[in-house]
Ligand binder design. Structure first.
Ligand SMILES: Cc1ncc(COP(=O)(O)O)c(C=O)c1O
Length: 396
């Protein structure tokens, strides 16, 4: 059993450097400021907002992302995440959840129960006409009479879920959904995962425009002034530039932004050029186990299970917060190796920077996956003193 699960609350009041290592540290002031910025952009634009709960998978983060009920919709990628959010439904803070993977038969009974037993409206994602048939069969078999609200997923270049606008399969899915009594079209959804390759505001604004055009072209295939449609766009890099949005939309459509990583940020987000190192709310604290002057490297007790193998244009798998040119250059399961990746001319000596037993804080490449490795989150204030602990939802 992870030691944090048993002892996390005993660290309240202690500095991050006193935590059992490796541990995940969240700066609440940074997280709150990241969320506030996006809320301000959304409110200025007057558009809808649907945070994804998968990044920090916790009730506390979800509450902050929903501004305690000012926004009431989420997207989740697992049943476990939805179960974790049910107390917020009871409190009246949350009323709608998109299950964010294309639907499959085995999850429908649970999703149906979230509505019938807990009053949470569930919206589904479809991108194949078989999805419509599966939903109709479920309704016939179980006697469900309410059509399932569905987003039709449009692929704007990420090549994950969704159908491209140029494919005749999109027309097919729209037509089957439109004619089906088992579903009602809630809107069109795209998720620009490929926006992570952006290197500047201009790049990200271009992807943002591709997203808008992607859902608009799809929606126009259906446009019937009587049907209210939600057009949902986003990913954290495009959310970071959403204030640049200029789009004229048909009257019967409502624009909504979705994003998940934005409260945390990480090296992948910093690599887009849209946020800075100090906008990262998530860090991992680890400990130096040995130092090797002959190869100018040090070994820490955070390997792939604490850091992941995600990468970005920041070379390596994590960076030292006190010296950004010290990178985790190799990992095995529980070992990480610090190496110098900066200018040769400025090369620092490992033995002058690191000592056995020293606590080191690391920025990680992808906060969502790194956070999923930890059983408790240590939430610190501006001085890095632990003020709260959050226990994330685990499993699927
Ligand atoms: C369907 C869906 N919507 C929204 C998001 C949020 O994306 P991001 O974490 O880039 O903000 C994701 C992330 O994978 C997703 O899968």
């Amino acid at each position: 059993m992870d030691v944090s699960l048993e002892t996390h609350q005993s660290y309240i009041g202690q500095p991050a450097s006193a935590l059992p290592t490796p541990a995940l540290v969240i700066s609440k002031p940074v997280l709150e400021s990241n969320v506030k910025k996006l809320h301000e952009d959304i409110d200025t634009l007057g558009i809808g907002f649907r945070p994804h709960v998968k990044t920090l998978k916790s009730i506390e983060t979800t509450r902050i992302m929903l501004a305690n009920g000012r926004y009431k919709k989420i997207v989740a990628s697992t049943l476990c995440e939805i179960r974790g959010c049910l107390p917020l439904v009871k409190e009246g803070i949350l009323d709608e959840c998109l299950y964010g993977l294309p639907i499959r038969p085995s999850v429908l009974a649970d999703l149906d129960k979230f509505t019938s037993q807990y009053g949470l409206k569930i919206v589904l994602m479809v991108d194949h006409s078989d999805h419509i048939r599966i939903l109709e069969e479920f309704n016939t078999r179980t006697g469900r009479t309410t059509p399932w609200p569905v987003f039709i997923k449009v692929d704007v270049g990420t090549k994950r879920a969704g159908i491209q606008n140029s494919s005749s399969r999109l027309d097919e899915v729209i037509q089957s959904a439109n004619e089906s009594e088992g579903v009602s079209i809630h809107g069109f959804y795209c998720h620009a995962g490929h926006s992570y390759a952006s290197k500047s505001t201009e790049d990200a604004v271009k992807v943002l425009n591709d997203e808008i055009n992607g859902v608009l072209i799809a929606a126009k295939k259906l446009i019937d002034p009587k049907t209210e449609l939600v057009l949902s766009i986003g990913a954290t890099p495009t959310a970071h530039v959403v204030s640049n949005l200029k789009a004229s939309l048909p009257k019967n459509t409502q624009l909504e932004l979705h994003a998940g990583n934005f409260p945390a940020n990480d090296l992948q987000q910093v690599a887009t050029g849209l946020v800075s190192l100090s906008d990262q709310a998530v860090r991992v604290v680890a400990e130096v186990c040995s130092v090797y002057p002959e190869r100018n490297e040090a070994l820490i007790n955070a390997g792939v299970l604490a850091l992941t193998k995600e990468t970005s244009s920041f070379a390596g798998l994590a960076r030292w917060t006190d010296g950004i040119d010290w990178s985790i250059v190799r990992v095995s399961q529980e070992h990480g190796i610090f190496g110098w990746v900066g200018d040769d001319a400025k090369r620092e000596k490992v033995e002058e920077k690191f000592k056995i037993g020293q606590k080191v804080l690391l920025y990680t490449q992808h906060a969502c996956i790194t956070s999923a490795m930890f059983h408790a989150f240590y939430v610190v204030d501006k001085q890095d003193i632990v003020r709260e602990t959050w226990v994330p939802w685990k499993g699927w």
